[in-house]
Design a protein around this ligand. Structure first.
Ligand code: ARG
Ligand code: ZN
Length: 854
């Protein structure tokens, strides 16, 4: 059934407190829930109401109300829960139910499940109903007391839940969380685990015990996560005035996990790939993700947990804000300019892509079938962009005041986007009713700019349109904060500032001493696609002189896209000269130089071609991108070798931004050298001598992408065959980078290996996901064999793990972009998937929208 925002109703019953007792057993865990319910006072005048509790896959053993068994005829059970007839429900009562569940056979990894012998939970969004009967919605908040009794065989000596440890003994532990929370923040972990410990003293002097729980042997790989955690805690105090509120903060690393991590109160559960790192096993990119995700989950303690969402339509309330906060954190800890470009690249690769296809939806959706399908780039990344725009419009001081008011006014509540916007209206005195459209209107706006220079006056004419998206044919103008600069011929700033553009079209004018060069949408101040005809000369000028690091980089990017999508020929010498100038400029931060020197991804090029109404040929895109890489390498000439030699990072590996930036630049240099060296000798040498995973992976990636590296791949595998996270990389590098001629066969062969443990989400994504999302030329092979291979595997996974299957199925969402032949093949595969008799609700919803949507 479709759930609609418009149908929201306050809960009939609220919960005063709950006591849970879980007696763990792999296939027969007993869950006893003692719940103090009371009639919601806000609905009491409606009289008695049925007690409706959500529950899925539970075996009900017993149920009592105030100690009396609920009579058979008063209780009805269905596949989604149970109902007790109103006549048997007092206005305040104790409900006690015993249920039985089987964590070992829970392959969906939602609710209570087992991962390599360890018990763990994932309750967001609706996993708690797979543990016990419950009003499983975020606006029902209560305090939890949890007693865990370990499995009889003693295999799980460590027993964890939210809050404070209030008692423990041989084989049991009791936890009490003093903070009321919704059920989606409940967590339990039990296993043979070891803690790496540290302490943090909060601004007000509270001592917090920090623990990262991992499998025995993984302790040495926790140092970076712990460091990131402490920096996050300090940063949230300094930047948002937010202190931690319990005596203990725990993180657990789990190998089988559907997503990145989960912010359960006081007990964050992480996919182990976003906790464990050592220089030999993790790359700079891994360290960066760990830092961001540790911060993200920690920041949820205030934006998500202390203030939560009224219903799941409000998901962006916590996710958009928390992503925005983790982006600010990483920008502060590293280079802000580089971070902004990385965030924009991610937004374009995921969110713009979502907007361009049948899955387009507003930041706050208005309906869903399966809420797990709405943990999307639109809710997360565009949700964060909307907050960034708000901050730009009101300014940083007002933004901080609004956040202070938000925390003060709404602490302990389950809130809506209206609550959020109201604090900004109250603090700034602005009317945000038009701005609020950002939450309800789907699609990527096109911002068109035209300029004119006459009689000493420069005119900028802006217009905006948003193309139709499924279910939203008409679009209204949005409030666009447009940061800009006007540059003089010597590179000086003639004018700069922020335009608030909220009409369908409008002209802005300036009297100036000379014709300026326009630097538009500085800092990517709004999540739009800019349509602005710019001459190669102006592009080259911006690439050389723009003081805004985003628009400067963007000038180079638009150069490259023009090369890759326009008529084929020798690259524009002005572009190559500009790149050489960048490579030569020692004043530029190496990480930034590396970004300037890298070419747009194949996906980016294809999206650009589709945007002008043509069908991209993935193979052609791959070939032309290769050719441009070679041309750039030729233009760089001896500089590539010089850059490579001069950017060696001395001393032992450290993951800090400076060292990582130099390695990134050196990696670009190695790519250029490899483009001109059919034997890949420099890459081979680097692979052989590297003492860290970053440089090894850079070399291995280049070799594999050139059809080389057989020997290195074999050596890599035998060295790391016992390390799951490292072997994931081994699968990924081949799936994503094997050249198109042999990609499908390579992935097929890899999928037949014994160590392709496809039930593990990381491993499945490392091969099937990496191929479908990272190797367009291979995946879109014209004979359809790439599609068939992926859909075969999705069918297989769906019966076990709907969530991960649905997420990967959305990769087929671009099918309408391609030529009729590929469209027919992709559609046929989607229909084959849709026709599966027992397709999950998750995958069914996605595939249905892919086939239906405009
Ligand atoms: N709240 C988690 C986070 O953003 C993610 C939970 C994802 N849940 C899901 N059902 N996909 O950190
Ligand atoms: Zn989150």
């Amino acid at each position: 059934p479709t759930i609609r925002l418009a149908d929201y109703r306050l809960p009939d019953y609220l919960v005063e407190s709950v006591e849970l007792t879980l007696r763990l057993h792999p296939t027969a865990t007993r869950v006893n829930a003692r719940v103090r319910f009371y009639r919601n006072p806000a609905r009491a005048d409606e009289g008695a109401a049925d007690l409706r509790l959500d529950g899925r896959g539970l075996t009900l053993v017993s149920a009592t109300i105030d100690g009396v068994p609920v009579p058979q005829n008063a209780l009805t059970e269905d596949s989604e829960g149970l109902t007790v007839a109103a006549a048997h429900v007092p206005s305040a009562f104790v409900w006690e139910a015993e249920t039985e569940i089987s964590p070992e056979t829970n392959t969906a990894l939602e609710g209570l499940y087992m991962s390599r012998g360890m018990y763990c939970t994932q309750c967001e969004a609706q996993g708690f109903r797979k543990i016990t009967f419950w009003p499983d919605r975020p606006d029902v908040m209560t305090t939890f007391r949890v007693r865990i009794e370990g499995p009889a065989d003693g295999s799980a000596p460590v027993l964890l839940s939210n809050g404070n440890l209030v008692g423990s003994g041989e084989g049991w532990a009791e936890w009490q969380d003093p903070w009321a929370k919704p059920s989606y923040l409940f967590a339990l972990v039990a296993g043979d685990l070891r803690a790496v410990e540290d302490h943090f003293t909060t601004a007000s002097g509270r001592d917090v015990l920090l623990q990262i729980w991992v499998r025995p042997g993984d302790e040495p790989r926790c140092a970076y996560a712990m460091d990131a955690l402490k920096r996050s805690m300090r940063w949230d105090e300094e930047t948002y005035g937010r202190e931690y509120d319990l005596d203990r903060f725990m993180i657990v690393a789990v190998d089988d996990f559907n997503m990145g991590a989960m912010e359960n109160k006081g007990l964050n559960i992480f996919n182990s790939r976003f906790v464990l790192a050592s220089p030999e096993t993790a790359t700079d990119a891994d360290y960066k993700s760990i830092e961001t995700i540790i911060a993200h989950e920690y920041f949820h303690n205030w934006t998500g947990n202390r203030i939560t969402c009224r219903d799941w339509f409000q998901l962006c309330l916590k996710e958009g804000l928390t992503v925005f906060r983790d982006q600010q954190f990483s920008a502060d800890e590293r280079s802000a300019g580089v971070k902004r470009i990385e965030d924009v690249l991610r937004l374009r690769a995921t969110q713009f892509r979502e907007d361009a296809g049948p899955l387009a939806h507003p930041v706050r959706p208005t309906e869903y079938i399966e809420i797990n399908n709405f943990y999307t780039a639109t809710v997360y990344e565009k949700g964060a962009e909307v907050i960034g725009m708000l901050r730009r419009l009101v300014g940083p001081e007002v933004y901080r005041k609004a956040l202070d008011l938000y925390f003060e006014r709404h602490d302990g509540q389950a809130c809506t986007i209206e609550d959020w916007l109201r604090v900004f209206e109250n603090v700034s005195g602005r009317d945000l009713s038009q701005f609020a459209r950002w939450y309800s209107q789907a699609g990527t706006p096109r911002l068109k700019a035209e300029t004119d220079w006459a009689d000493g006056k420069f005119t900028l004419r802006l217009s905006q349109t948003t193309p139709p998206t499924p279910g939203q044919p008409e679009k209204a103008p949005l409030v666009l904060p447009v940061a800009f600069g006007l540059l003089g011929s010597d590179g000086s700033t003639l004018e700069a500032g922020l335009l608030e553009f909220s009409e369908a079209e409008r002209a802005f004018g300036w009297e100036l001493p000379e014709r300026p060069v326009l630097s538009l949408l500085r800092g990517f101040s709004a999540p739009v696609i800019v349509e602005h005809e710019i001459t190669p000369a102006d592009r080259a000028f911006l690439l050389a002189h723009d003081s805004d690091s985003f628009t400067r980089w963007e000038a180079g990017r638009s150069f490259a896209l023009a090369e890759l999508t326009g008529p084929e020929g020798e690259p524009d010498p002005a572009y190559l000269a500009a790149l050489v100038a960048v490579a030569d400029d020692p004043a530029l931060d190496p990480a930034y130089r590396a970004l300037l020197l890298s070419l747009p991804s194949e996906d980016e090029v294809m999206a650009q071609i589709a945007a002008v109404g043509r069908a991209p040929d993935p193979l052609e895109v791959w070939r032309r991108r290769r050719a441009l890489e070679t041309a750039v390498a030729r233009a760089l000439g001896d500089r590539a070798r010089a850059l490579y030699d001069s950017n060696v990072v001395p001393g032992p590996y450290t993951p800090d931004a400076d060292a990582a930036g130099r390695r990134a630049l050196r990696g670009r240099a190695l790519a250029a050298l490899t483009a001109l060296d059919p034997a890949g000798s420099v890459a081979r040498a680097q692979y052989a001598s590297a003492d860290n995973m970053t440089e090894r992976m850079t070399a291995l990636s280049l070799l594999v992408s050139r059809g080389l590296g057989k020997k290195e791949l074999a050596a890599f595998h035998s060295e790391w065959r016992h390390d799951r996270l490292v072997i994931d990389k081994w699968f990924t590098v081949q799936a994503a980078l094997t050249p198109p001629e042999t990609a499908v066969e390579t992935v097929e062969a890899l999928s037949r290996r014994e160590d392709f443990d496809w039930r593990n989400p990381n491993r499945f994504r490392s091969l099937i996901g990496a191929f479908a999302s990272g190797n367009p030329a291979g995946f879109h092979r014209a004979d359809g064999s790439g599609y068939r291979l992926v859909v075969d595997w999705l069918i297989r996974l769906d019966s076990l793990n709907p969530q991960t299957t649905a997420r990967l199925a959305s990769l087929l969402g671009t099918w309408r972009m391609f030529d009729p032949g590929r469209q027919a093949l992709m559609k046929a595969e989607l229909e084959r998937l849709a026709a599966r008799p027992d397709l999950s609700r998750d995958t069914g919803e996605i595939v249905g929208r892919l086939l239906r949507g405009a």
